[in-house]
Design a protein around this ligand. Structure first.
Ligand code: C5P
Length: 222
């Protein structure tokens, strides 16, 4: 029996992480935060002194990446080489490095297997940029969640302040625009809706309404 997959793709700050977690909870599915994998690799590269343009070095690092996704009372806890990096990988600096290394074909190929391994019964909700187009093209439901860059910057800003980080709204907006550009313009697995994806805009809808819309069209468990 092949476990069903629901994919939620879109730019950062669109609310896809929140939707993915709440949907997974509702359906009792596993969840894959694929962006976290790119962030973990970016952080590992930083810690091991591997430059973000060293494709071969990054491929090797990806192959041996020692990461664990643990459940901490319903929240994902991310462990890199035995160290809790749940907060560390969320900084804008790591996000920007993740987006740079994500443009390298060798890096994407090296992380593919790891992403497929999350597909387990009773099912998976996978969140990222290319979940519906490349990683799980046979997903039973594909959502592409967008929101204006301004709305996403505002959300990220509030999120960072809440977590006790220093934040600058203008710098975040600039970073989001740069990251969108890199993610949509790259040659391999660019961020775009799959041909069979449902496109939702959370600027207008709000997260709660998006969740209801996604639940209403969620594929049935086997
Ligand atoms: O979603 P998040 O902001 O955590 O992702 C960090 C970066 O990882 C993104 O900017 C993107 O470049 C990259 N990414 C990707 N493919 C995915 C998930 C994330 O290229 N499936």
């Amino acid at each position: 029996q092949i476990p069903p997959v629901i994919t939620i793709d879109g730019p950062s700050g669109s609310g896809k992480g929140t939707i993915a977690h709440r949907l997974a909870l509702k359906l009792g599915f596993h969840v894959l935060d694929s962006g976290a994998l790119y962030r973990l690799l970016a952080l590992a590269a930083q810690q091991h002194g591997v430059q973000t343009d060293n494709e071969k070095g990054l491929e090797v690092l990806a192959a041996y990446l020692d990461v664990q996704f643990e459940d901490n009372n319903g929240e994902a806890m991310l462990i890199l080489e035995g160290e809790d990096v749940t907060q560390t990988i969320r900084t804008e600096e790591v996000g920007a490095a993740a987006s740079r290394i994500a443009a390298l074909p060798g890096v994407r190929a090296a992380l593919l297997q790891r992403q497929h391994a999350f597909r387990e019964l009773p099912g998976l909700v996978a969140d990222g940029r290319d979940m519906g187009t490349v990683v799980f093209p046979d997903a039973c439901l594909k959502i592409f969640l967008t929101a204006s860059a301004e709305a996403r910057a505002e959300r990220r800003y509030k999120q960072l302040l809440q977590k006790g980080f220093d934040a600058n709204l203008a710098a975040i907006l600039e970073d989001i625009r740069a990251r969108d550009l890199r993610d949509t313009q790259r040659a391999v697995a660019p961020m775009k809706p799959a041909a069979d994806a449902i496109v939702l805009d959370s600027t207008a809808l709000g997260i709660e309404a998006v969740l209801q819309a996604v639940i209403a069209s969620a594929c049935k468990t086997p």
